[in-house]
Design a protein around this ligand. Sequence first.
Ligand code: ME8
Length: 518
Amino acid sequence: MTQETRYITTPIYYVNDKPHIGHVYTTTLCDVYARAMRNFGHDVFFLTGTDEHGVKVEESAQKRGITPQALADENAAVFQSIMEMFSLTNDAFIRTTDPKHESQVQTLVSGLLASGDVYLGDFEGWYDSGQEEYHTENSARELDYKSPISGKPLVRATEKNYYFRLSAYQKKLEKLFADHPDFVRPSSRRNEVLGRLREGLQDVPISRTNFSWGIPMPDDPEHVIYVWIDALFNYITALDLGEEDKTLGKYWPANYHVVGKEILWFHAVIWPAILMALDLPLPKCIYAHSFWISEGRKMSKSLGNFIDLKEIDKYIDVYSMDAWRFYLVTQGPLGATDADFAAAKFHDVYNAHLVNTVGNCASRVTAMIEKYFDGAVPADNGEIFAETDWKSICSKAAACSQSAMETFSLQEAVECAMSIVRQVDLFINTTAPFKLAKDETKQEELGAILYQCIEALRISSILLHPVIPVKMDELHNALNVEMPKQNTSTALEWGGMEPGTTIQKVALFPRVEFATSE
Ligand code: ME8
């Protein structure tokens, strides 16, 4: 059987800002999916990177008296370092100043010029200089002629530009949305895009002449390719689709382009139209999550309340990396509403789910096996007077977790795995092994109970591994089992824990003092 591929991407991040919780969040979501897909035996390509051209980078570099390339190198290195810092398992890191990316963008744009999808024309519109984005009359009016991001007035601008013939793709895009209701998720975001699409599409300028830090238009170096077009191409240049050798092309089309809600239009409308023009298959889903806010307030430069790497470090120091990942994935703005990052909530979630559920269950089960069976996993041959069909509970939870991962319903995937842990706890309370331990005639029953517990715990730990990999590795060490390297399906079957295996007691998530951001 040929192995299925999975391709997932984050947006590529601007190098004129420092990384913060938002960047870490999107990349962590993709990481969880990538890890889970690898576990399920798929051939995965997980891409992230940096967006390095454009007037903002040029200006920031000027202010610091360095070249735009030096600024890009410096900040790309910071973004690259977060991959290791947060145990993120990206397969590649693309930079739009990579010569390989630049030359492919030129090849791809030449193709669009040749097909007539890109042409030279006059442009008049409302320009948001901060965002480097043009608005039509309609959308500018709706925005009250102000930038939706900076609040600064939009300016009327005219210039000779290369255009992409977006208007020619109106019908095809409408058909795409009608035929593939899951093309944009969540559905509320899809409705927003559809609403705007129905207003009608106009051609979009894809070149600029007011700055030089970018990829020159093929055969017309006065024009620089608009940073957004340059950036969108990263998803295919990273796979060498603009090169002769297209070995990595096997990963295209992407299963998920995961983005924040503010950049959905580019991904859900402009990008598919460009791909249609290039005759390339379309991504399967654009997943647009909402935003983190901080302690009830929007994060902004003026408030200075960005949860930056320094702030994140404090949480990792006190609670652990896995606790950070768990909070982001389970409490984050994956759906249609923004999520509040609050220190008190972080603490409560840590206690409720990690200390009192995963940690407590693992330490109870391992401690009892150590105490009553000298640390050797007992055999599963006693009769238990409790109606719990563990084999079916675990296989259902594994199937649920797996299909939720496939559909990028990450919170549901975690919940399915956690449900096993919760049932183990309940099972311990109803069967009361600590009482049976006092009766020598009940040794076999006691052993059987603890076998069910440790086996169910082992299965849940494989499902939780993509979210809390460090702690689950620690648990696997203590249980003397290995995380399967490829394809977990056999490992997820009931009965994998060998009786007689020597295990050790574990304390995975210690209780900690409440950390405030002071
Ligand atoms: O837009 N909450 O780059 P960027 C959650 N270079 N996620 C957030 C967030 C928040 N408060 N703030 C940012 C760009 N993000 C372009 C993209 S792609 C071809 C080009 C995340 O550095 C979210 O994923 O501004 C958002 O889309 C991305 O960071 C924007 O990063």
